[in-house]
Design a protein around this ligand. Sequence first.
Ligand code: ADP
Length: 174
Amino acid sequence: MKRAIYPGSFDPVTLGHLNIIKRAAAMFDELIVCVSVNSSKSAGLFTPEERVELLRRAVRDIPGLERGRVEVDSSPGLLVDYAKAHGAKAAVKGLRAVSDFEQEVQMAVINRKLNPRLETMFLASSDKYTYLSSTVVKEMARYGADLGEFVPREIVDAVNQRMRELEGTEGKEG
Ligand code: ADP
């Protein structure tokens, strides 16, 4: 069984992520989308548990995909340890631009040193989504833009609602 991991922050999952998920899932028997719980990053829009839940909603009904082919999980530790524990042969990364490349290649080299059996595979972003990041989504949500073109439709309401809650609290505090 060939299993791969697609790690990231997914705060929240975007259509760019979903595009990589579908393409990677077609290449392996199982793809584990893994929310990396990164303690050095500041608190996000969603907690890691919520991101997992939103990802599960987004991947539930991918057309043409059998059940079990995409799993969603989270991990506080190192990717290489998670990969070893789950018998994964590859880590999948999406590349949008040269700016992604530098950091991702550095991580790939480090991960290879830590676990030479884990290959990192890069999938070039679909041209439709090269501009798209979770940060862009958060900006759009803040200004009340229609999120339908940016995130899976199953999670549009959740993102809008969370942004309204946050704006409400910030307003009260300020
Ligand atoms: P971001 O917050 O920048 O969207 P993530 O950590 O959630 O980043 O991204 C997880 C992985 O998905 C990374 O490998 C990243 O390069 C990739 N990725 C993010 N957005 C896209 C996109 N629009 N197209 C292709 N790959 C993407």
